[in-house]
Ligand binder design. Structure first.
Ligand code: GDP
Ligand code: MG
Length: 689
């Protein structure tokens, strides 16, 4: 016993000097000091006791009673705490205030109220009242510690203390009985130095009678005038033998008593859930501080308001922790999205960040005032969603871009070779692009709500337009390619028949040429139209392409005619014709001029008939005028007009201008004259022989 007492003293000294021991769960903290100030370290202390994440899984017990009635001794025995005990030798009081320690191997916060019975020493009744308020607002079980010989002393200090407790309890919980849950507290009377001569049941009877008498004597607010003691308090009684005179019995009964605080299966288990003040462990420090502040400033202590304030504060804190974590996660994907990358599975990622943040919030915040919890949750959700929205929008844009690029290469790939059907290639590429976009967009959109802006229909519409524009460009390019191909074959088809016609020009040569042109063009046009079907070309586009084709055909024809009517060719042609008429007879036999032959007449006939060819060549002038093609004004083409669009049809009909006709005639006449002279000479020589 002596060594133990010495040890207690040593511990008490350390505790009162430092406020608490340096480490471990036995650390003591003076939550309210003798200046009635609340500590700043409670939250940290609760953390280091490992209780922060306990939720509602902890209990609080406080002790009340006269000075030096062995309260601290009892608590230390019951809960394995480390409270300061009065030094027997010096009879020195431990420091006034409220102390807290965690029970060892149990999630119990034990409060030792030191120096509460001011009335015994005729001093600070103010602290007594405040300590009672504070303890009732937080504790489940209030141990009232008293000597056996104090029982029945109605006027004694204990009864004054209990009156205070009842009064403040009514102020705290009285109003809540009708509408709110009945907040109950267990008053556990521990009768110390119980000799056993008076049975516990008698002591219990006496105490109960006294308590009821006190209760009745209270002046109650009118709304709780009929309230009964048992509406607010459960009463329990136990006796403990004399610590020194019956040390063994004392120790063993304390151990029995301890069981009722530790063993949930014990039928006398004290920490019934109905006593819990429903403050989550991570908010206890803040709650107590708030309570003390209200108590200290003598304000009406309105617990529901306190709980709501606590909830607001804690829910904000919990929310911002969750949001911070969320932001850290979201940050990792922000950059890739901003730089234009499609982040694979972004929707899933975003959902999981969101779920993590919300469940983190829910885990801690759902224990607080429900209205506040829900409101702050909605705020958190809105903050999360609004920070995710840019990611979603960015992802949509990036998918859009990627799909468009893919569409282009898909088209390019499909349009290789000869055997493709343009319309089919385009429609399958289109379908693919829409599917790819929709799948990606849906995946991303799943992380949010459509009505909050998480919609992708507009972006899809935009994509469709752009895809269509690309398809149109491809079609226009393809159409051009096709027109070029048709033009090449058309040139070949025109060249040969026209060349043949020019070998022996007849007066209706232009009719034949234009008929050739018409027929070849008709074939080309129908070839175009047939191919254009698979391009889904518009009527406008067809009109434009056909016009181009006609012009190019005409140009080709005109170029061919140009070649066939060059000076050399024409002069050669004239010479041949003249020769054939002048130097050969109708049977194709070369003429030998004899005296008496009318060379002059023959010469004139051949020359004049040949000269008639020049005006025939000079203009494209068929006998059937309807054969002359007509051209429309150039249709609006998507591309700016090129050189080929500068097209002057009527001047293209003229092959030789006037001056050219004169020039050619003159040159031909010179040639013809030479033949004439030669013929004359040959005749003269034949006469001379
Ligand atoms: P507190 O002021 O109520 O916290 O009382 P303490 O725990 O500091 O104890 C005051 C004195 O009473 C100390 O000297 C203890 O050794 C002594 N004490 C503790 N428990 C008992 C008990 O059950 N019976 C008796 N007679 N003395 C006790
Ligand atoms: Mg004490």
């Amino acid at each position: 016993g002596q060594t133990k007492a010495a040890l207690d003293v040593a511990r008490a000294n350390v505790a009162s000097i430092n406020g608490h021991t340096p480490s471990g769960s036995k650390e003591i903290i003076q939550i309210i000091n003798d200046e009635k100030e609340f500590t700043k370290d409670l939250a940290q202390q609760i953390n280091s006791w490992g209780l922060r994440d306990a939720g509602f899984g902890y209990d609080i017990v406080a002790v009340f009673g006269s000075q030096s009635t062995g309260k601290s001794t009892l608590l230390n025995r019951l809960f394995g705490t480390n409270f300061g005990v009065m030094d027997e030798a010096k009879r020195q009081q431990t420091t006034k205030g409220i102390w807290m320690c965690k029970g060892s191997d149990m999630n119990v916060l034990v409060m030792d109220v030191e120096g509460a019975d001011g009335r015994e020493r005729g001093e600070d009744q103010d602290f007594e009242r405040k300590a009672a308020l504070f303890s009732l607002a937080s504790s489940e079980v209030m141990i009232v510690n008293l000597w056996e010989h104090q029982v029945g002393l109605y006027q004694g200090a204990n009864m004054g203390l209990l009156k205070t407790v009842f009064e403040v309890n009514l102020g705290l919980f009285g109003k809540r009985t009708k509408d709110g849950p009945n907040q109950r507290t267990l008053l556990l009377f521990v009768i110390r130095d119980h000799l056993g001569t008076t049975p516990l049941s008698n002591l219990q009877q006496t105490l109960t009678t006294d308590l009821l008498r006190i209760w009745d004597s209270l002046s109650k607010p009118s709304e709780v005038a009929d309230a009964k003691l048992e509406d607010y308090f459960d009463l329990a009684f136990t006796g403990l033998p004399h610590k020194i005179l019956a040390a063994d019995a004392f120790e063993s009964e304390v151990q029995e008593l301890r069981k009722k605080f530790v063993d949930k299966t014990n039928e006398g288990y004290y920490f019934k859930s109905g006593y819990h003040k429903r403050i989550p462990a991570d908010g206890v420090a803040l709650y107590m501080e708030g309570i003390w502040e209200q108590v200290q400033s003598n304000k009406d202590l309105d617990l529901p308001t306190q709980q709501e304030l606590l909830a607001q504060f804690r829910c904000d804190e919990i929310s911002s922790v969750a949001l911070e974590e969320f932001n850290l996660q979201a940050k990792s994907r922000r950059r890739p999205v901003e730089t234009g990358n499609v982040v694979e599975g972004l929707g899933k990622l975003m959902s999981s960040w969101k779920t993590t943040a919300l469940s983190r919030y829910d885990r801690d915040a759902s224990r607080y005032h429900n209205g506040v919890y829900s409101r702050k949750r909605a705020e958190l959700l809105a903050a999360i969603d609004s920070s995710l929205l840019p990611l979603f929008v960015g992802q949509l844009k990036n998918i859009h871009k990627a799909v468009l690029v893919e569409f282009k290469s898909e088209l390019a790939l499909g349009l290789q070779g000869e055997s493709y059907n343009f319309a089919e290639v385009v429609s399958s590429a289109k379908a693919k692009s829409e599917t790819n976009f929709s799948e990606g967009a849906k995946e991303a959109a799943a992380a949010g709500n459509e009505q909050d802006g998480w919609s992708w229909t507009e972006e899809l519409e935009l994509l469709r337009e752009e895809v269509q524009a690309v398809a149109d460009q491809f079609r226009s390019d393809e159409t051009k390619k096709m027109v070029n191909a048709i033009e090449r074959s058309l040139k070949r088809q025109i060249a040969e028949p026209v060349e043949v016609l020019f070998i022996k020009p007849t007066p209706d040569i232009w009719d034949s040429v234009l008929i050739t042109y018409r027929d070849v063009l008709l074939t080309a046009e129908s070839k175009y139209l047939q191919k254009a079907k698979s391009f889904n070309c518009t009527a406008e586009e067809n009109k434009s392409s056909l016009e181009t084709l006609r012009r190019r055909a005409w140009t080709a024809l005109r170029t061919k005619i140009g070649e066939l009517t060059s000076d050399t060719v024409v002069l050669g042609r004239l010479r041949t014709q003249f020769e054939e008429q002048f130097r050969y007879d109708v049977h194709g036999v070369p003429r030998v001029w004899k005296p008496g032959d009318d060379i002059d007449a023959a010469f004139r006939k051949a020359r004049d008939e040949t000269l008639e060819l020049i005006p025939l060549y000079a203009k494209i002038n068929p006998k059937d005028e309807s054969l002359v093609p007509s051209f429309n004004d150039p249709v609006s083409t998507p591309a700016p007009p090129s050189d080929e669009d500068i097209f002057d049809f009527s001047s293209s009909l003229v092959i030789f201008p006037e001056t050219k006709i004169i020039d050619l005639s003159t040159r031909f006449r010179r040639d013809a004259d030479a033949y004439y002279v030669e013929a004359k000479r040959s005749m003269v020589s034949s006469i001379a022989q």
